[in-house]
Design a protein around this ligand. Structure first.
Ligand SMILES: Cc1cc2nc3c(=O)[nH]c(=O)nc-3n(C[C@H](O)[C@H](O)[C@H](O)COP(=O)(O)OP(=O)(O)OC[C@H]3O[C@@H](n4cnc5c(N)ncnc54)[C@H](O)[C@@H]3O)c2cc1C
Length: 375
């Protein structure tokens, strides 16, 4: 049988699985995507997220177009925003080109997930919903999202009349070792605390985050819907499981510093598909393309963990003086000799923090514990 006559099985219709399906289908392969839920993007349901645009010189939307992935979803280019320190001081963040593209996740018709699904279907990919794969006999692609919870992001989706934009607060009293954020896209808002510890007190951190944005910006939250999720950052020893290729967050491909995972999901999906199309070694591909950035983000996370509220203030002061934050961040995502040397230590230290010591998990309903079931 010709290799293109075989049906390639993909588990998971998130950005990673759909990017792989689209790439394979364009190369003439028959593809079957199996999605556990009844529709795409169910774990996000209207969440606003940023598709980061600082880790490469090339614009991420141009990269998507070059890979043949649709950019036909609603988005706003974000070049300027504000970050606050723990002492209520605002720092402007400026970039010449977009730092990230703000978009919506979930099943809705303007979302990234919906656009990728439509493109896959138009290419003849078969997508079966309500089918949770428990095994895969042949070669295939595993794109089933996070398998562990290293961080959580909790808060609300809501309606608002403020203009599009982004705001962050770096304050361990609101978001321990992480950051609180507010994103607004065309009348819809997402407010979250992204926490790396303290998970069992999530509601208290959410309340403090909401109070802070109300106080600092006069934000009015209309028709709020609770939302939360987990993130998985473990850098894998291998991207293979038997002869299956692991992509996206299932592989732990995500920026360990800030939790940006969509771009890694898309790129690893494309790489896995290309490895099948060209008979190339997936292990070599992801190590070459993704590993330097992933390692750097682990070292960056370790450094960030050292900071605390005074340290965040200092970093924000420095960032506010930069005229092109995109360029500055790109420099900080280079695997320099320092970051390379720091990485083994950072990885070791970070791993040891993977179990949240503040949460004993007894009768606990925090997102971290709920995340174990990946609802
Ligand atoms: C609250 C929150 C905010 C975030 N914000 C950002 C952000 O601003 N920017 C950013 O870049 N990233 C962000 N992320 C991370 C980003 O959403 C993920 O990294 C990205 O969605 C990973 O894509 P994926 O395709 O690997 O997995 P997913 O998007 O999780 O898709 C996996 C799919 O597989 C399905 N599935 C699971 N098990 C099975 C099975 N056994 N069989 C079949 N199907 C299965 C799931 O239902 C799901 O549809 C955020 C994450 C959270 C939780």
């Amino acid at each position: 049988m010709h290799k293109k006559d075989k049906i390639i099985q993909i588990a998971g219709a998130g950005p990673a699985g759909l990017a792989a399906a689209i790439t394979l289908s364009k190369a003439g392969y028959k593809v079957q995507v199996n999605e556990a839920k009844k529709e795409v993007g169910q774990r996000f349901g209207g969440d606003l997220q940023g598709l980061e645009n600082w880790t490469s010189k090339q614009d991420v939307l141009q990269w998507m177009a070059q890979q043949g992935l649709t950019t036909g979803f609603e988005y706003a280019a974000c070049s300027t925003g504000y970050a606050f320190d723990a002492y209520d001081k605002a720092y402007p963040l400026k970039s010449r080109e977009p730092l990230f593209y703000l978009l919506e996740r979930g099943p809705g018709k303007n979302t990234l997930d919906h656009a990728l699904l439509e493109q896959a279907l138009s290419l003849g990919v078969t997508v079966t919903f309500n089918r949770r794969l428990t095994k895969m006999d042949d070669q295939g692609i595993l794109a089933i999202g996070p398998k562990a919870a290293d961080a959580i992001a909790v808060g609300y989706h809501f309606s608002t009349d403020i203009d599009n934009g982004f705001w962050a607060i770096c304050d361990d009293n609101l978001a321990p070792k992480g950051y609180a954020y507010l994103l607004v896209l065309n009348g819809r808002g997402t407010i979250k605390t992204c926490m790396f510890t303290g998970f069992n007190k999530e509601q208290s951190y959410v309340d403090k985050t909401v109070n802070a944005f109300e106080r600092l910006l006069g934000l009015k939250i209309i028709d709020r819907q609770p939302h939360g999720g987990v993130g998985n950052f473990l850098l894998p020893k291998t991207g293979l499981q038997g002869n299956r290729l692991i992509v996206g967050e299932q592989a732990g491909f995500q920026d360990t510093l800030f939790g940006f995972g969509m771009r890694y999901a898309l790129s690893s999906g494309v790489l896995a598909a290309k490895s099948i199309i060209n008979g190339a070694n997936y292990e070599e591909l992801w190590r070459r393309e993704l590993q330097p950035l992933l390692k750097t983000s682990v070292s960056n996370r370790w450094l960030y963990n050292l900071l605390g509220n005074r340290g965040y203030r200092l970093v924000l002061k420095l960032l506010a003086n930069k005229s092109d934050l995109r360029k500055t961040l790109r420099r900080h995502y280079q695997l320099t000799l320092f970051k390379r040397l720091l990485y083994p230590w950072a990885q070791h230290r970070y791993k040891s923090k993977r179990k949240d010591i503040s949460c004993h998990h007894d009768n606990c309903n925090c997102v971290w514990c709920r995340g174990g079931k990946f609802v």
